[in-house]
Design a protein around this ligand. Structure first.
Ligand code: ACO
Length: 382
């Protein structure tokens, strides 16, 4: 090992490594605090909108009324897709997974952007807005295509969450449903250097482009240890038929050394503040939609987990109660992770824009533990 390497330390999983500075989200994992640019997540969930929260993450201040009106108008004017993109949606295999479809379609957006490789901050901000505005149509469009339904164009007069539900169902959602969707988008918008955000930064740090960075992030979010966990939570709730089955189910998982999806977090060793909010919210939505049993099962899982591993700091994370919320909203379980992407695109792009201002190539080292000085034997003699 070279002297330079000897001075470095190994940190598998980057558990104890701070990679860069950021002014976007603050997390205190021990106290269970999350702030976006200094604003508490609870205040934002109660009072803000996804559009305003995105503005906050991109420009690091709350917009004035005219700034918000202007920003919202720009997003809405970018909701619709080109005919080529709608055609591409209906050309995809119907049995493809929505996350694979979303990754492919987001990447394809770059093909019709002549400035896809323009590295200026202005162009990158425009591309960020372009992707954020169009992702709802990509997700809803693919879902309708796979179900053999006619595609529904966006509602250009509605907020992003409402327009998404309209495209998905073909019906104007109730105010409560639209607000529920909007709150979920706010809660998932950003979260420090989580795996998908970090992946997007690795890509952008090579001075690649915003479409590539977001495509990378979608692929990373998909994993069950990250954004894919919300789908895993719903699968688990489906497997448990009654409340009485919860305890033996959880204990059996522990006996098999399996994880309970929607619990635990790399940073939070206290209750995830997003889960605190979502829990109350999920209860209300579940009551409104006749899904009380589902909420009760979730709550029982939490009780058993608290008894078994609460002392280790393993609590519900954002994915746990978002599963109940999305299910109660009538959303198919394999759309849960695409919805996460539809929100987190605001955080991914915010971090890329921020990182590019003081860009440095992200290129860690590995500790080589393989052999040295091997003698090459030609193939004929092996
Ligand atoms: N169920 C059971 N045990 C768990 C869980 C869980 N969900 N999560 C952590 N543990 C246990 C581990 O078995 C380990 O126990 P041990 O010390 O006795 O071996 C200990 O807690 C620490 O776990 P690590 O995997 O080392 O913690 P890490 O920080 O690497 O992992 C992670 C965090 C991946 C989120 C983990 O908690 C997990 O797998 N959770 C389930 C998947 C999930 O919900 N992911 C979503 C995360 S939030 C998000 O990405 C939006």
């Amino acid at each position: 090992m070279s002297t330079e390497m000897q001075e470095m330390h190994i940190d598998i999983g980057l558990v104890n490594t701070i990679v860069a500075r950021s002014s976007l989200s603050f997390i205190d994992g021990e106290k269970g605090i999350l702030e976006y640019v200094g604003y508490d997540i609870d205040d934002l969930a109660r009072q803000s909108t996804f559009e305003e929260t995105t503005y906050l993450l991109w420009y690091c201040h709350l917009p004035s009324r005219s700034e918000l009106a202007d920003f919202t108008a720009k997003i809405r004017s970018n909701y619709d897709l080109s005919e080529a993109m709608w055609d591409m949606i209906v050309s995809l295999p119907r049995d493809a997974s929505p996350m694979h479809a979303l990754r492919t379609l987001t990447s394809a957006l770059s093909l019709e952007d002549p400035a896809a490789d323009d590295p200026s901050e202005e162009a990158n901000a425009r591309k960020s807005l372009f992707m954020l505005a169009k992702m709802p149509a990509l997700i809803a469009g693919f879902d309708r295509h796979r179900k053999g339904l006619d595609l529904v164009r966006p509602d250009l007069d509605a907020p992003l969450a409402e327009s998404f539900l309209y495209m998905l169902t073909g019906e104007k959602p109730t105010e409560r449903m639209a607000r529920a969707m909007d709150i979920c988008l706010i809660l998932h918008a950003d979260h420090g250097f989580n795996a998908s955000t970090f992946a997007s930064l690795v890509t952008i740090s090579t001075l690649s482009d915003m479409y590539s960075a977001v495509t990378t992030a979608i692929g990373t979010l998909k994993g069950p240890l990250h954004g894919g966990a919300n789908q895993g939570v719903m699968l688990m709730l489906d497997e448990i038929s009654t409340i009485d089955e919860v305890e033996p189910y959880v204990l059996q998982k522990f006996a098999n050394k399996e994880r309970i999806m929607g619990f635990g977090h790399r940073v939070y060793k206290a209750y995830d503040p997003r889960a605190t909010y979502l829990k109350t919210f999920a209860e209300g939505i579940a009551q409104d939609t006749g899904n009380n049993e589902l909420f009760a099962k979730s709550q029982r899982i939490e009780e058993v987990m608290d008894r078994e591993v609460g002392a280790k700091g393993i609590y519900p994370n954002v994915d746990f109660y978002s599963a109940t919320t999305y299910f109660s909203l009538g959303i198919d379980l394999d759309l849960f992770t695409p919805l996460f992407a539809m929100s987190r695109v605001s955080g991914w792009t915010a971090h890329c824009l921020e990182y590019l201002r003081e860009n440095r190539l992200i290129r860690p080292r590995c500790d080589y533990v393989g052999p040295h000085e091997q003698t090459y034997v030609s193939i004929s003699q092996r």
